[in-house]
Design a protein around this ligand. Structure first.
Ligand code: SIN
Length: 351
């Protein structure tokens, strides 16, 4: 039976079982605390974000399917480790799983910055196809050199621009403003520098406060992050630009992963594959739903970038491609551009 079909059957069966058993207590008393395998899964977004919901679903399914023998403890919202700390915490075994944004993996493997190139992908399918290609496999395997085991790719969505003081319609509208960018990433820094703006790298947990205190004027993020962290509160202008992609690599500590009994690892892998399919649908649904919610907030002005404007922004930001080639070599950058073009997307005239 194809693996996909097997996973779907398992998914439906478990959803029905869990649905039917929601009010029944787990038989935790049958398991001595010392016998239980605990997996600490730390992440930085809200519980009600695509990543937060998927991590919790994974935990719930594992708890049920292992009959309480394996407990995935989810720590959301940077309560355990922040962006700047979680990769190191994973590597030294202070937690067993994390799911950092690909943008932040550049601190370990700068090649991951190809995903951040502005206006590169025009659909999530293009991005998935690239990550499923030999180039994507190479990106994942480079991570393994650092003692971490890539297990899955989770979506969030395309990033949009927000600002405090004026709508961002023309590329020149960003000039002179300060924009928060994710840490560890030169492509994102160059993107805002090319606009004549000042890029300010900040941890995710710092963004809301920095916007409130006007330490930065704007930022880029997905609609689900903008909504779930209420980043729109001090950012009345939103531009739907879809200019970059935010997704996550689910990682385990490699030594821990290899030490697991085969059947436990198999349960985790099958369940993660199933949760990943669910997460991809959920991320897309949540971002669409959060756009509707944001549009309903009073005082929020949403501008949809036109094709002409996209071309202008791309022209302004295109030098970031050469900068990245300079940093990591042309081969991978050319490959990702070709992969995006193959899917029929991208900007006419660039390729
Ligand atoms: C995340 O989605 O994990 C955080 C993104 C950000 O730092 O803006």
């Amino acid at each position: 039976m194809p693996v996909r079909v097997l996973i779907l059957i398992l998914a439906v069966a478990t959803t029905l079982i869990i649905g039917g058993c929601r009010d029944r207590a787990y038989d935790g008393e049958q398991v001595a605390p010392g016998d239980k395998l605990v997996i600490r899964f730390s992440h930085v977004t809200a519980e009600n974000s695509p990543k937060g919901l998927a991590a919790q679903r994974f935990a719930d399914l594992i708890r049920y399917r292992s009959q309480n023998q394996v407990e995935v403890q989810v720590f959301a919202d940077s309560v355990l480790y922040q962006d700047g700390e979680e990769i190191e915490a994973l590597r030294v075994g202070k937690v067993e799983m994390i799911a950092p944004a690909t943008s932040k993996l550049a601190g370990l493997v700068p090649e991951w910055q190809v995903i951040d190139l502005p206006y590169l992908f025009s659909s999530v399918d293009q991005l998935h196809r690239f990550l499923d290609s030999p180039h994507g496999a190479d990106l994942y395997s480079r991570l393994e050199e650092y003692g971490v085991k890539p297990l899955a790719f989770w979506d969030n969505g395309f990033k949009q621009l927000t600002s405090r003081s004026r709508p961002l319609i023309q590329p020149s509208d960003g000039a002179g403003l300060r924009f928060r960018v994710m840490i560890n990433n030169q492509v994102l820094v160059s993107q805002f520098s090319l606009l004549g703006a000042e890029p300010v790298p900040l941890l995710f947990s710092e963004v809301s406060g920095a916007l409130e205190e006007a330490k930065v004027d704007g930022q880029e993020n997905t609609l689900s992050n903008i909504y779930s962290k209420r980043l729109y509160t001090h950012q009345p202008y939103i531009t739907i630009s879809d200019h970059g992609y935010l997704g996550y690599v689910v990682l385990a500590n490699a030594e821990f992963w290899e030490s697991l009994p085969g059947e436990v690892r198999e349960l985790l892998e099958i369940t993660l594959a199933e949760v990943t399919l669910w997460e991809h649908r959920e991320a897309s649904r949540m971002n669409a739903e959060d756009l509707v919610s944001l549009a309903g907030e009073s005082g929020i002005q949403i501008h949809y970038q036109t094709a002409e404007e996209r071309a202008q922004w791309f022209e302004k930001l295109a030098p970031s491609y050469s900068l990245l080639k300079h940093q990591i070599g042309a081969e991978l950058v050319d490959a990702v551009v070709a992969a995006a073009a193959e899917g029929g997307g991208g900007l006419p005239g660039f390729r």
